[in-house]
Design a protein around this ligand. Structure first.
Ligand code: NAD
Length: 357
């Protein structure tokens, strides 16, 4: 049994689906179902006894402690977070509450549970914290990619809250000996990605004839990783990572936002051509995000060398799969867009900006 938090979100739901496709070890899925949590992602698991869904908050330490006491998982994987940089600029409070206080509550519950285990279970237990490359700040064009020893320099309320949680995880290992693992991954893309983030937003807007807004000059560089590859890396770290260590996960796919959008337009032009012209004609440049980091790049050699992990997808293969998935799942996009998403977009940045994650 493993406890996954945030398993109704983008990466968490991909992880849970992949996990149960590969093994029969049950999953307790603790998710608050914020605007970003969508049980529709897990529809294929309805009635599956291996998936126990619990609607709840990671900040609720008592709830977490009771789930641990009841189900006795051998690991906790923390995906739950407020994850959208633009939202963190407009309203940072929720980010500190969930990403910092929530991680703290989870760690406290995990510590109490772990300390009560017998020696064998204690040695086998793992607390895996899923984090981001954004904690390292921004790179110049010639700088070497982030390694696990790069100093933290978070620039947005989102990345600062994730950095704080990473530090708490580190401290719980150092101080209490809790067997922790931390992963810092680059930008993910793939199925079930909420359409406030760059790639699904561009696909949805293109299909709906709306502008494709690009922040500033669009030359912000990100490393991109297909979500299934991220999930495989997390499993490898859970299975074989050294306790107390952090592992950078990335796809060696640095790309400027504008190039990502152009590639998407090219694939859409091929797979679902417009009556006239190209989706490229819908691109508009809009005012840049305040404090926008210019470049992130991940050096993933540690996880490759120590754990033998490598991404399966190239950007070309992964992005094509992603577009095909969205084209085949219009209903999923429509469902998401008919909820809180639309109201929030209208009042906060409807078509004014292109978010990245
Ligand atoms: P997401 O926003 O799609 O999903 C987050 C999930 O957490 C949602 O299901 C939401 O309902 C749940 N949640 C939020 N607050 C909660 C709370 N207080 N208690 C319980 N559940 C709560 O996020 P994502 O993109 O899937 O990211 C998952 C994790 O991976 C995050 O920790 C994020 O920082 C990290 N990460 C994301 C990316 C990326 O590109 N998306 C890259 C690297 C790391």
């Amino acid at each position: 049994m493993i406890l996954v938090t945030g398993g109704a979100g983008f990466i968490g739901s991909n992880f849970v689906l992949g996990w149960l496709a590969q093994c029969d070890e049950p999953v307790i899925n603790l998710d608050k179902l914020t605007y970003a949590g969508n049980l529709g992602n897990l529809q294929s698991l309805a009635g599956d006894p291996r998936h126990i869904f619990v609607k709840g908050d990671i900040c609720d330490e008592e709830l977490v402690a009771s789930l641990l006491a009841q189900h006795k998982p051998r690991a906790i994987l923390n995906f739950a977070a407020e994850s959208h940089v633009d939202r963190s600029i407009h309203g940072p409070r929720d980010f500190v509450i969930t990403n910092v206080n929530g991680a703290f509550a989870l760690l406290e519950a995990a510590r109490g549970y772990w300390q009560g285990l017998d020696d064998r279970d204690k040695a086998a237990f793992r607390f895996l914290h899923v984090s981001t490359d954004e904690v390292y700040g921004t790179l110049g064009p010639e700088d070497a990619p982030f390694t696990e020893t790069t100093a933290y320099a978070p620039n947005s309320p989102y990345s600062a809250s994730k950095a704080a949680s990473d530090h708490l995880v580190r401290a719980y290992h150092h101080t209490y000996g809790l067997p922790t693992l931390t992963t810092n991954c680059s930008n993910n893309y793939g199925p079930y990605h909420f359409p406030e983030k760059l790639i699904p937003l561009i696909i949805a807007n293109a299909r709906q004839g709306k502008p494709l807004p690009i922040y500033g000059d669009g030359q912000q560089v990100r490393d991109w990783l297909y979500v299934a590859d991220h999930c495989t890396a997390i499993r490898r770290v859970l299975d074989a990572g050294r306790c107390g260590e952090t592992y950078n996960i990335g796809g060696w796919n640095e790309m400027a936002n504008l190039d990502v959008v152009r590639i998407l337009c090219g694939i859409l032009d091929e797979l679902t051509p417009k009556a006239a012209g190209s989706y490229l004609d819908q691109i508009v440049h809009v005012q840049d995000r305040p404090g926008h980091d210019r470049r992130y790049a991940i050096d993933a050699r540690k996880i490759e060398r120590e754990l033998g992990w490598r991404p399966v997808e190239t950007f070309e293969s992964g992005i094509r799969k992603t577009v095909e998935w969205y084209l085949a799942h219009d209903d999923w996009v429509r469902n998401v867009q008919s909820g809180d998403y639309l109201g929030w977009m209208d009042t906060n940045y409807a078509n004014r900006a292109t978010p990245e994650r």
